[in-house]
Write a protein of this length. Structure first.
Length: 217
């Protein structure tokens, strides 16, 4: 018997399929104005390269802007996203990078396959009760010692975004307390080595949080 897809996955896919082109246009060059983001992505790239390299996955890659940056840093990178339309745009923008559709709940990688992973604002639509499963998947696909870099909005509230770019869709954006996300990572067998929270930029609503974790060697 086929198991029904969780409602939040269906809602997230529908939302991002609808706004994909608008989202890609708005955020295509955003990384150029985000020095902290670039710095932390650079740290991840250096850690992977120093450890001998290997495949790195951008989990929740959207139109591939972070994936492309990681490739520019010299990584062997691939992208995964729930939205087929986002994946279509990512492939068009970065034809040399492999992209696939998939869910954080069931990552399409072998145990220990990845030399590193990035989850850049991709856990923010997952209900709290499903996050342990997501973090268990992160740990499963990482090689021993491999790093995971997370980015998310810090806080306790849920933002309901309705009709973005004038599109007839809505979705919940879930903030997270860094200490709570760190506890989830630890419970899954990941050790957090760096935690950074920066104040919001003028066009941001909340502080932004970053965690760098590793699977135990």
């Amino acid at each position: 018997m086929t198991t029904a897809e969780p409602e939040f996955l269906t809602a997230t896919r529908t939302f991002y399929d609808a706004v994909a082109a608008d989202y890609a246009d708005r955020y295509r060059d955003a990384l150029a104005a985000m020095p902290w983001d670039r710095a932390l992505l650079g740290v991840l790239a250096e850690l992977v390269t120093t450890a001998g390299g290997g495949r790195v996955a951008d989990l929740g890659c959207g139109p591939g802007r972070i994936t492309g940056h990681l490739a520019d840093l010299g990584l062997d990178v691939c992208g995964l996203d729930l939205s087929p339309r986002m994946v279509e745009l990512a492939r068009a923008a970065h034809p040399a990078i492999p992209f696939a559709t998939g869910s954080l709940l069931d990552l399409p990688y072998q145990d220990g396959e990845l030399a590193g992973a990035v989850a850049w604002y991709s856990i923010i639509h997952t209900p709290a009760g499903e996050l342990p499963r997501v973090f268990a998947e992160f740990r499963r696909v990482l090689a021993p010692g491999a790093p995971l870099l997370l980015a998310f909005q810090a806080g306790d509230d849920v933002l309901r975004l309705d009709r973005p770019f004038g599109r007839p869709v809505a979705l919940d954006f879930r903030r997270g307390r860094p200490e709570r996300i760190e506890a989830l990572a630890g419970a899954a067998g990941l050790t957090v080595t760096t935690r950074l929270v920066r104040e919001p930029e003028p066009d941001e609503r909340t502080p932004q949080a970053y965690l760098l974790a590793h699977r135990a060697a």
